[in-house]
Design a protein around this ligand. Sequence first.
Ligand code: PEP
Ligand code: MG
Length: 883
Amino acid sequence: MKWVYSFGADNAEGDASLRNLLGGKGANLGEMASLGLPVPPGFTITTEVCTEFYKNDRTYPEGLKAQIDAALIQVGESVGMKFGDKSRPLLVSVRSGARASMPGMMDTVLNLGLTDETVEGLATLSGDPRFAYDSYRRFIQMYSDVVLEVDHHSFEEILETYKEEHDYFLDTEMTADDWRTIISGYKKVVEDALGKPFPQDPQEQLWGAISAVFNSWRNDRANTYRRLHHIPESWGTAVSVQAMVFGNMGATSATGVAFTRDPSTGDNYYYGEFLINAQGEDVVAGIRTPQALTKESRLKMGDEEPSMEEAMPTAFAELCAVFDKLEKHYRDMQDIEFTIQDGKLWMLQTRNGKRTAKASLKIAVDMCKEGLITEEEAINRVDPHSLDQLLHPSLDPDAERDLVLTGLPASPGAASGEVVFNSDEAERLAQEGKNVILIRVETSPEDIHGMHAAKGIVTARGGMTSHAAVVARGMGRPCVCGAGDLKIDKSEAFFTVGGRKVEKGEVVTIDGGAGKLFFGAVPTVQPELSGDFGELMGWADKVRRMRVRANAETPHDAQVARDFGAEGIGLCRTEHMFFEADRIVAVREMILAEDKKGREAALTKLLPMQRSDFEALFKVMAGLPVTIRLLDPPLHEFLPHSDDEIEEVAKSSGMDAQKLKDRAHKLHEFNPMLGHRGCRLGVSYPEISEMQARAIMEAACNVAKETGEKVTPEIMVPLVAKREELAFLKERIDCIAIEVLKENGIKLDYLVGTMIELPRAALTADAIAQDAEFFSFGTNDLTQTTFGLSRDDSASFLPDYMRQGIFERDPFVTLDPDGVGALVEIAAEKGRATRPNIKLGICGEHGGDPDSINFVEGAGLDYVSCSPYRTPIARLAAAQAKL
Ligand code: PEP
Ligand code: MG
């Protein structure tokens, strides 16, 4: 069995096609090497080893050691070094790399192979003892943290104290002797903590590091990240072992990270940061402030330190050529790590770069126009979920602001919330329904859950590629980084900026796009979508088969939906129209009426109100189909609660208050979701359905006459379980419709259909379709009734199900394909068997969820209907589902 794949020195055993086996990093290192790019040689241990490791109680498969030994010798030979050799010691990095990128989630060790002996060899060989000891102390610190699990604060403290005592400001001021002293301190920390010395056998170091990477696949932060990003545990991680190149070999060496385009805006220029005389982790950790890559960026940021373009023009030119080659090759924006060792460029990593929604859109559209990708590829490049970021509000430019601090604009978006200082608290408060802004000195992978729970993140330290910035962008959270003036008090009760103090729990507003934090809640405005958005949506519209409608009741929501490209209304929940102050009394009168006469009196009051509601909707949707659902309230939602409310109804209806109270009491249900709702209400009180049918048809006639537009009402009966329920109501609806059309003397098409929300309806859909001209899948109720899971109460225990892996997804968010989805498929098939042209749609919350949309494309539905803000997400997801 082949467990190890070598790469480098212009050849590679693996390439990008072996991503599942070699992980993203390993596959791309192979690919870069085979493209002839300067990649330090190394090898990748496959993800299959990870699988075997866990299958066999964390032990390694046979033959692995021999393959690693051989690969290591080969790496050494190609750079003229030998692992563990005293005079020419080969040093390696050991990194994780899963199939999907999990930034910062897994552990990395650099400079491995250094010992008290080999460090002397490195010092002689490089002619630079300072560099050798600097590398050794870095290694001890990293290895102790990642592999030996010794608290890294102890190391930082030693260094900080030493620098203070010697009046040093920067690490680069430290001499070889200084580092030697630090190293003895570090080694003592390890020995004190573990009761044995820091390992001096390079083989032991190597296996320790490999095991740490494999073990880290199941550490808490990796588990959290996988859960949030739906990455299966079974994929495993690969481990890449690679010859070290050094960015910390003096003024002609450097290290950096770069994106081939701006990951925040998508603008097409080289974007990145680098540090002279440093190693990779210095850039990401935000300990020193990195310098800009290009002169233009430097000038834009107002930096004084020279850019790479100015400081190292030859290496910069070489790097630019590599950027172009990689972007053309991968046909996507690349996120790159590089090192310059003594003037020579080395590529350490490339991957498709994480980006904001805005950048993702711009890059997809630009690359299509540049001829790099097709329209269809562009459609597939944008994650529909990420559009959420673009469709949400930003700060009102006219609102008053009270600026607290300024930092780097790390991730765009605006949000307000209470100040919190730690991730556990952020998570707890968010679970209580509070909006929080997480404020930290810096973030680490341990903060993932807090960052996810927070509406926005602010850090005192770190650059645009720091952990906080990268993770926040990926999550779509606004983020301000590197706010150097921010001081968090040790008590975590307040922070100060300049002389100003802000307490925990006070409300602040973050503007990630501007890199600013304001005091109080600053009002926000709706986003203006860029031309790129319209262009991509246009491409998606050309491709998709399913129509996209919106769930909307108010003219405002309907207008928002239209502006976002909705092609009709798929669900108007009429009960939502009844809550307004001027109607609720009449609605209560209707519900509490003792007899038909009382009910009709109330209905007479409601009819004109409903008619004008529907007229407004038909007008906004000008010519597009509008599905109006008959009343489906869980009755208790409308019952009067206080004496004042009872009194109000009594006054309006002329009924006795005590009688009303008794009747309200009688209407109380133990299980309203399974109670007197939906079509059951119409079966008991047909006059309610008749009033609504009349209001709908009269409104349609009025608008058709007034505007000359075609109006096509679709009247929808909710919560049908038996064909007979629908037949009973359809007969009455048809009667009224014919009557109204006759009264108005016009012809107008209308449809009567039903929601499929109960398993029985799905299973007998062939019978129901004899009366139904359309089906709309109410997957909220269908999920509730299929699982027997309460829509309202299950949020308290669903997290347990997710944690235990019993549910991978919340079934109220993403359609359960095996159960609820199967019912949808059965009903669609049976419905079509009876009525081949039956119109089929979905209007549960799943109608705006990309995975569910993908499922219903497969089931052949005609349209999805979702909340107005999700319309663009649905348009894009429907196109992707079709491709
Ligand atoms: C549904 O059940 O999916 C549906 C759309 O109806 P409601 O959410 O109003 O019950
Ligand atoms: Mg429902």
